[in-house]
Design a protein around this ligand. Structure first.
Ligand code: BGC
Length: 447
């Protein structure tokens, strides 16, 4: 296979994120039409929406151990094929059960990509740019979500529009497959399976000549440790990494981000806007998210990850409290509706600039090489379970508690997240993956 440029590797390494974003974002608009044409009851609608989340739990769970066995690159190709089959299958599905099956299949690829992409990016990136390059994943997710909102808006007038909305994901899936054919394997995986010369070749593509041998020697040293399983994952030495992986994964979801991303139009109509204003506001949120994610990519290697997490959680908490107070005293006034809409947008921007990218970046870098796939997969799986629980309980909680109490509740979780970051997370910015691993060793010896 011919050599490709660094930007090609980073772009196609991150592209799986677009499908993650598109396939999770598209359903919010498509379901309005699917429900009518396939005569779905509310229970069936819920399943079509969360079918992808359910599949993603499995995808994230199986991808880690597989990535440690067969490598990262082959799995990107397999994920692209599953994305393609899932998209076409959803577009053609004649009734509820087949649609659910293909949404589940899509979910396997979404969950797989959600952990594979940051893992691959963090392993090919040089330490000083690892944060920015790994957060390209989040930029792709956000771009995928925005693309989905725009597709939804454009095809809403057509009877079979929802089929186009769902099947359109086959195009980026095909592009991902073709691009991934030219991607090199991660140098860290190559060393792990003893292909030192190939690893040297890949590092030569990615680093200046003077850096290659030094980094290779570091990777070889760490790779001598035998691949581990769940016993190692739960061992004392890996525990600080596991606490970070699982803790960040849970907090990222229970702070409520996806309630806004999945249900923003519903929330906007609830607080007093008309339907088409709500759909347009949704696109506005999508654009704002892409812009702040670009800012996050640019600052990721200049600002400590912990600072980003703390500032993000405080900003999210304050926006949610403002939203709650505005709703509580609104008496259905339009000015309160505006304050609430602005607070919601500020909240989601804080998320997209901080917790969105930082969580995936950090779970890609904290685990030692000999169980990285397992650790990242496990944390990703926990993130999808938390995502599904929050998304499934949201409509019921909204109906029983009301917007103000519910969002103040998510705000309290944001404050708890500040405490968690301050007490349970160590800094990773600027360190090589091997230095992070040495830190884990040092901590376990000290205890
Ligand atoms: C989160 C997803 C979310 C996406 C878009 C990701 O970092 O894990 O749950 O849907 O960002 O905001």
């Amino acid at each position: 296979m011919g050599k490709v440029s660094k930007s090609f590797i980073y772009f196609f390494g991150a592209l799986g994120g677009i499908l993650f974003g598109y396939d999770t974002g598209v359903i919010s608009g498509a379901i309005l039409f699917i429900q009518k044409q396939l005569s779905l009851n509310t229970w069936q609608q819920g399943w079509i929406v969360s079918g992808v989340l359910f599949g993603a739990i499995f995808g994230a769970a199986i991808i880690g151990p597989l990535a440690d066995k067969v490598g990262r690159r082959l799995l990107v190709l397999v994920a692209a094929i599953i994305f393609f089959i899932g998209a076409i299958g959803c577009g053609l599905a004649p009734e509820f059960w087949s649609l659910l099956l293909f949404r589940f299949i899509l979910g396997i690829a979404v969950g797989g990509a959600s952990t594979l992409v940051p893992m691959y990016l963090s392993e090919v990136a040089p330490a000083e740019m690892r944060g920015s390059l790994s957060s390209l994943n989040q930029l792709m997710i956000m771009s995928g979500i925005l693309l989905a909102y725009i597709t939804n808006y454009s095809w809403q007038g057509m009877y079979h529009g929802w089929r186009v909305m769902l099947a359109a994901a086959a195009v980026p899936a095909l592009i991902l497959f073709i691009g991934a054919l030219f991607l090199p394997e991660s140098p860290r995986f190559l060393v792990k399976v003893g292909k030192i010369d190939q690893a040297r070749g890949v590092l030569g593509q990615l680093r200046t000549a003077d850096k290659v041998e030094e980094e290779l020697a570091d990777i070889e040293k760490q790779a001598q440790v035998k691949s581990g399983g769940f016993k190692e994952l739960f061992s004392k030495y890996v525990r600080p990494a596991l606490v970070i992986g699982v803790g960040l994964a849970i907090f990222q979801q229970i702070m409520g981000c996806n309630t806004v991303l999945y249900y923003a139009p519903t929330i906007f109509t609830d607080i007093g806007f008309g339907v088409s204003a709500a759909l347009l506001a949704h696109i506005g949120i999508g654009v704002a998210n892409v812009i702040v994610t670009i800012v996050a990519v640019l600052i990721m290697d200049k600002v400590n990850r912990k600072v980003m997490l703390v500032v993000g959680a405080i900003g999210m908490a304050l926006s949610l409290f403002t939203l709650g107070i505005a709703m509580a005293y609104s008496q259905n006034s339009m000015s309160a509706a505006w304050i609430a809409a602005i607070a919601l947008t500020v909240y989601i921007c804080f998320f997209s600039a901080t917790w969105g990218p930082v969580m995936w970046v950090m779970i890609g870098e904290v685990f030692p090489l000999n169980i990285r796939g397992l650790g990242v997969g496990f944390s990703g799986c926990v993130n999808w379970i938390a995502n599904m629980l929050v998304s499934l309980t949201f409509p019921t909680l909204l109906a029983s508690l009301g917007t103000e109490k519910l969002f103040i509740g998510y705000g309290v979780f944001c404050l708890l997240a500040v405490w968690f970051v301050k007490s349970g997370v160590f800094e990773t910015r600027g360190k090589t993956l091997e230095e992070i691993e040495d830190h884990l060793h040092a901590v376990s010896v000290k205890e």
